[in-house]
Design a protein around this ligand. Structure first.
Ligand code: SIN
Ligand code: MN
Length: 269
């Protein structure tokens, strides 16, 4: 799928681009049923709400090997509908998958992600440039009540901010320090809720400021994030690198697959 000039300009201006209806209801169902299967696997590639509880984050579903491997996500991360736009926003270079992360923000329990830039963490992983893009695939309908993502439009242009490690909330990770955040917010458009129908895909820049709230609803809010990096932008060596399931060392350039991801999933299964 080719992006138009105006779609590329939107991504460049706002730091994100929404593509409704990229996956069908049947494809979304197949992805969700895979996540229900993987949720029960005992592995360090997923994080549970509490020991023995339901999985809230599942990593590395895009490979053809490993405990959380899934044929349908392997196909989805390589299908033209997604890989071609990813290449277009990154200047048509060879890409690999930096990681896949499925966030199963469950009804009532699913909690806040503080304001952050993804590249705040990835820079610490040794990634030289913010030359990545993330494809968010909505698997449920994200709403303001169930903890949808919020973006500050255009905030990817603030550059790389020095993050602060936040260990006070459920997700312990690198966030934007409050004083800097308030300053940026005072000089930016209001944050935008990223809502849509299941099957919508949103590409976003690694420096865009984003956050999400608690899931106060009775509905789960599931989403998957497929992060693409340029092969030429692979991470440099760092002391104590994070594990392969969040900082992939499979740098083989992705080959364009088929848009028939259900057939590809069946053949591989
Ligand atoms: C993230 O920003 O990495 C995840 C936020 C969310 O899924 O709510
Ligand atoms: Mn993020």
């Amino acid at each position: 799928m080719k992006l138009s000039k105006s779609q590329l300009e939107t991504y460049e201006r706002d730091g994100y681009l929404t593509l409704p209806g990229l996956f069908s209801a049947a494809e979304v169902d197949a992805m969700k049923s895979e996540l229900r299967r993987i949720q029960d696997i005992d592995t360090d590639h997923l994080v549970r709400e509490r020991s023995g509880g339901v999985a809230k984050t599942i990593y590395r579903v895009h490979e053809d090997n490993g405990p959380t491997a899934s044929p349908v996500f392997h196909a989805a991360s390589r299908c033209p509908r997604v890989l071609e736009p990813a290449k277009a926003v990154l200047g048509d270079e060879s890409l690999y998958v930096y990681h896949t992360k499925c966030n199963l923000k469950t009804a009532i329990d699913g909690s806040v992600w503080q304001w952050h830039q993804d590249y705040g963490t990835w820079r610490k992983d040794g990634v030289p440039q913010p030359a990545l893009t993330t494809a968010l695939v909505m698997l449920d309908k994200p709403t303001e009540l169930n903890g949808c993502l919020y973006f500050i439009p255009g905030s990817h242009k603030v550059g790389n901010l020095e993050p602060r490690f936040d260990d006070a909330t459920a997700y312990k990770f690198w966030v934007v320090p409050k004083e800097r955040l308030l300053d940026i917010m005072a000089n930016s458009p209001e944050p935008v809720p990223i809502t849509g129908e299941p099957g919508t895909v949103v590409f976003f820049h690694p420096n865009i400021l984003h956050a999400s709230g608690h899931n106060l609803s009775r509905h789960d809010r599931w989403a998957i994030y497929v992060v693409y990096n340029k092969v030429a932008n692979r991470p440099l060596d760092v002391p104590n690198p994070r594990p392969d399931y969040v900082r992939s060392t499979n740098f083989a350039p992705l080959q364009l697959g088929t848009d028939d991801i259900l057939a590809a999933g069946r053949v591989a299964a």
